[in-house]
Design a protein around this ligand. Structure first.
Ligand code: IPM
Ligand code: MN
Length: 354
């Protein structure tokens, strides 16, 4: 298969982990005789420095012309504590999500047996956890009307019926491919936007009689994720709730550096780790590349390259089992590996596994 992949390394640890994603895809291409080409684009703080814009038109064009986007991370402390800055790196990511119409963010959460010890949660609670959060990605407070004054500020949590329907459709269908269990997470006891979500979901339920659908308030879901994560199969929720719940859920796996995601919509699909740019670690070669590498696996699977995706997953698993780990997941006293070394090991393993 030929795939033109736009690579957007972004900021902080972005460039380092991005390179590992490419290495792995090159290994896959070599082993399976695919032709993957990579073209690079600017986004985030590095794009602001170079062009003044966090998501330059040239990057948008590159994404539109490509088959897929492999994105890493944006964010730079020099903007975080400067609320008066008219332009911020995160705007680049949000603009990209909007322009590429990436309304469905698929975030799978599962444990690695060999990493159960790394989670601060009890083994017997998290063992066997395996669920997917379907996060709405182009609506809600992130994109609703905002006002910012000296004495007051507001964000509008607005959702249209069509936005709720299309994300629920994805979630119901995903549940069908898994254990036929969908949990709709909202705050319908307080928020009007949530009541719309719940109403639309109730209407759609009858079209998916084979899916067991339940409803949970977001505060309760936040508790359930750490108390009884095996309860969940597919959960679907709005943009802000999904952002918060998936950071929380990463605690189950033991590190933020392990969780990939796919952002899908009507245009070019994008694959991105759920973690941020971790500026303190930038350039130190210590960041975990696994979230990025598993995002590459999701990219492959999106194009039907299932054996390829499986092989990448297996190689990642083998690396962890063999102790080839960055500091965030290493056991106390164990040797740790650099970002590059982990990437090299996994890329090499992909060529070796029978
Ligand atoms: C994420 C990130 C982004 C978000 C930030 C960087 C804008 O936290 O992808 O989860 O809030 O969506
Ligand atoms: Mn987040």
């Amino acid at each position: 298969m030929e795939l033109a992949i736009a690579v957007l390394p972004g900021d902080g640890i972005g460039p380092e982990i991005s390179r590992q994603g490419i290495k792995v895809l090159e290994s896959v291409a070599k082993r399976f005789n695919h032709e993957f080409s990579f073209r690079f684009g600017l986004i985030g703080a590095s794009a602001i420095d170079a062009t003044g814009s966090p998501f330059p038109d040239q990057t948008l064009r590159l994404c539109i012309e490509s088959d897929a986007v492999l994105f890493s991370a944006v964010g730079d402390p020099k903007y975080d504590n400067n609320p008066s800055s008219p332009v911020r790196p995160e705007q680049g990511l949000l603009k990209m999500r909007k322009e590429l119409d990436l309304y469905a963010n698929i975030r799978p959460i599962s444990t690695f047996d060999s990493l159960l010890e790394r989670s601060p949660l009890k083994n017997n609670v998290i063992e066997g956890s395996d669920f997917v959060c379907v996060r709405e990605l182009t609506g809600g407070m992130y994109f609703g009307e905002k006002g910012e004054g000296e004495e007051m500020a507001y964000d509008t949590n607005i959702y249209h019926k069509f936005e709720v329907e299309r994300i629920l459709d994805i979630a119901f269908n995903l549940a069908r491919k898994r254990k036929n269990h969908l949990t709709v997470v909202d705050k319908a006891n307080v928020l009007a936007s949530s009541r719309l979500w719940r109403k639309v979901a109730k209407e759609m339920e009858s079209s998916y009689p084979d899916v067991k659908t339940d409803y949970m308030f977001v505060d309760n879901a936040a508790m359930r994720i750490v108390q009884d994560p095996r309860f969940f199969d597919v959960m679907v929720t709005e943009n802000t709730f999904g952002d918060i719940l998936t950071d929380e859920a990463s605690v189950i796996t033991g590190s933020m550096g392990l969780l990939p995601s796919a952002s899908l919509g009507s245009k070019t699909p994008l694959f991105e780790p759920i973690h941020g740019s971790w500026p303190e670690a930038a350039g130190k070669n210590i960041a975990n590349p696994v979230a990025q590498i598993l995002s590459a696996a999701m990219l492959l699977e999106h194009f039907g390259l299932l054996r390829e995706g499986e092989l990448v997953r297996k190689a990642v698993e083998n690396s962890i089992e063999n102790g080839v780990r960055t500091p965030d997941i290493a056991l106390p006293g164990e040797k740790t590996y650099t970002t590059d070394e982990v990437g090299d090991w996994i890329a090499c393993e992909i060529l070796k596994i029978s």
